[in-house]
Ligand binder design. Structure first.
Ligand code: PEP
Ligand code: MG
Length: 578
């Protein structure tokens, strides 16, 4: 039995056989296998070689490759693939070290490549590139098989991986994927956010999971406490099965709150909205008692489809969400592409610092065709209900004015076709950079509402990558700087009399709800499965107590003190559940 501590990013308990997968873009982590699995892994290596040789033969027979340099390169690759000593070295490695086929292939080929790279003869050192190419060729087959298995699951599993892209996570079949755990990632990485929306228990930032994991292992994922147990003993399994029952009972009880209002004990109403990535999730928001959509992350239309969505694709998706909430707010955020959310189809030159690069509204303002297509669809959908448009990652007034100017251009286009739209559509912005937070008084004069994206706001204010497990303990909304910056934005929105909501992950963190209410927040937008628990907290507190707590927090100068105070306050509301 092995117990690992990471960050619980999506609550719940999952117990199932594990399936280890990897993205081919990442290094292949070392994974141990059982003695009995060695023959199977060796067979996988043989098959991968056979398929690679066949692919290469087919490719080199194509007419335009018959002559010249490419043909020579293929011949070199073929010689390596047919070299028995080279293959034997990989198989011996599996046999001796008891590791997976992909790890053996990657390790041995990289050893050879770096040996070549070190030789002071350009002809030989250039061969290293061929070796990396062969490595990729073999890994495509080895990892492709696993991908296929994930797509055609027939039994319940928990997925374990170095990291998962948001698209991979979103494509999991919920019937069979019961939980997941990753070595990388942070509390607010997009993969973490999607797992929460999907209601799949997940733990990230586990660090190197090098030993003891094989696909026969039973794994417990405890998303509430951020713990993963590999090969649990009987006693631990029993305890966890009991705990899982208690958790599901608690969730069941919370569902009874569905039709009750989110009001505090002293009758102050709080609006609870849902964050969604796909339009189908609107129904879940409603079922969990949400009162509209506070953040529709539309970039998933691009990320998931593989091709650029048409205006009609956009329109249909928005219409579907509005159909569920015809009279409630549906806040459509224009696409927030870039950083970790960039589909291959529009990936341009790689950026050294993508989080600080051409992302989000900046990308849209430089790709007007794409932006206008989306805005047309949003405007067309605006007549179907209370649709609002929101621009992400605004850093200054000029950027907001530019985005609004494009919106007006699109309105004029629609006028030419006499297409109906709501000319008074509310236009809001996300406050998620220190720059916009520090100038929120100016931005408030030209915005209809603010939504504070604490995930990015914390990342940029504290200079802590939200998806990097090495700095994940530094990522905290309880830092005095974050509390101060939130307080100032909330104040500016209140003074300007515009709407304000919080749509980052703190809005679904039970420990922060009293503080947010005490600072004056009255609208929260969060992952749908978390709505009932947050409603329960709201219904259990009084605004007077929240105000008092917020005042005490304002006097504290360290993250630890603030965190402890919030934790104590929250545990008194839902004892034993947090
Ligand atoms: C945020 O940054 O807090 C936010 C809600 O947007 P996203 O997580 O999609 O970046
Ligand atoms: Mg953001």
């Amino acid at each position: 039995m092995e117990i690992r501590k990471g960050i619980g990013v999506s609550p719940g308990i999952a117990i199932a056989r594990c399936m280890v997968i990897d993205s081919k873009d990442y290094r292949i982590p070392r994974r141990s296998i059982l003695d009995s699995q060695r023959a199977k892994e060796i067979l996988r290596v043989r098959r991968a070689f056979a398929i690679a040789i066949k692919d290469l033969t087919d490719l080199s027979e194509r007419k335009h490759f018959e002559e010249g340099k490419i043909k020579d390169i293929f011949a070199v690759h073929m010689r390596f693939l047919r070299d028995k000593t080279f293959r034997k070295r990989i198989m011996d490695f599996i046999d001796k070290e008891r590791v997976t086929a992909e790890y053996a292939v990657s390790t041995i080929l990289r050893e050879i490549a770096s040996h070549f790279e070190g030789i002071d003869d350009p002809y030989i050192s250039e061969r290293a590139a061929d070796i990396y190419d062969i490595e990729r060729r073999l890994l495509v087959h080895l990892l492709g098989k696993v991908k296929e298995e994930v797509e055609h699951l027939r039994e319940e599993v928990v997925i374990m991986a170095h990291d998962l892209t948001p698209t991979q996570t979103a494509s999991f079949n919920r019937t069979f994927v019961k939980g997941f755990a990753t070595e990388a990632g942070g509390r607010t990485s997009h993969t973490a956010i999607i797992s929460k929306t999907m209601g799949i228990p997940a733990v990230v930032a586990l660090g190197d999971m090098t030993s003891g994991i094989n696909s026969e292992s039973i794994v417990i994922i405890d998303g509430n406490r951020g713990v993963v147990v590999i090969d649990p003993d009987e006693e631990t399994l029993k305890q966890y099965r009991n705990y899982a029952q208690q958790v599901s009972l608690f969730v069941h009880q919370l569902d009874e709150l569905r039709d009750k209002p989110a009001v505090t004990r002293d009758e102050v109403k709080v609006q609870l909205l849902g964050n969604i990535e796909f339009p189908e999730e609107s129904a879940m928001v409603r079922d969990k008692g949400g009162e509209g959509i506070g953040l529709y992350r539309t970039e998933f239309l691009y990320l998931y489809g593989g091709t650029e969505p048409t205006e009609e694709d956009h329109y249909q998706a928005y219409a579907q969400a509005v159909k569920v909430f015809p009279h409630e707010p549906v806040v459509i955020r224009t696409m927030d592409l870039g950083a970790d959310k960039l589909p291959q189809t529009i990936r341009q030159t790689p950026e050294a610092n993508p989080v600080l690069g051409l992302r989000s509204i900046r990308y849209c303002l430089q790709n007007l065709g794409l932006f206008k297509t989306q805005l047309r669809a949003i405007l067309r959908a605006s007549v179907l209900g209370d649709v609002r448009v929101m621009f992400p990652l605004i850093t200054n007034l000029q950027e907001l004015r530019q985005a609004k100017m494009i919106l007006r251009d699109v309105m004029e286009d629609l006028d030419e076709y006499a297409a109906p739209y709501n000319a008074k559509i509310p236009v809001g912005i996300m406050i998620e950079t220190p720059s916009s937070a520090l100038t929120s008084n100016y931005l408030a004069t030209e915005s209809d509402f603010f939504s504070i994206g604490t995930n990015d706001l914390i990342q940029y204010t504290l200079a802590v990558d939200r998806g990097n497990e090495h700095v994940s303990t530094l990522f905290s909304a309880a830092e005095p700087a974050i509390v101060r910056i939130l307080r100032s934005v909330i104040h500016d929105a209140g003074k300007a009399g515009i709407g304000l909501s919080i749509c980052g992950e703190v809005a679904s963190d039970p420990e922060y709800i009293m503080l947010l209410l005490g600072m004056g927040v009255r609208t929260l937008s969060l992952a749908p499965p978390m709505i009932p628990e947050i409603k329960k907290i709201i219904r259990s507190v009084s605004i007077e107590d929240c105000n008092m707590l917020a005042r005490r927090v304002a006097t504290l100068d360290s993250q630890r003190q603030i965190k402890n105070l919030l934790r104590d306050a929250a545990s008194q509301i839902l004892p034993g559940q947090l």
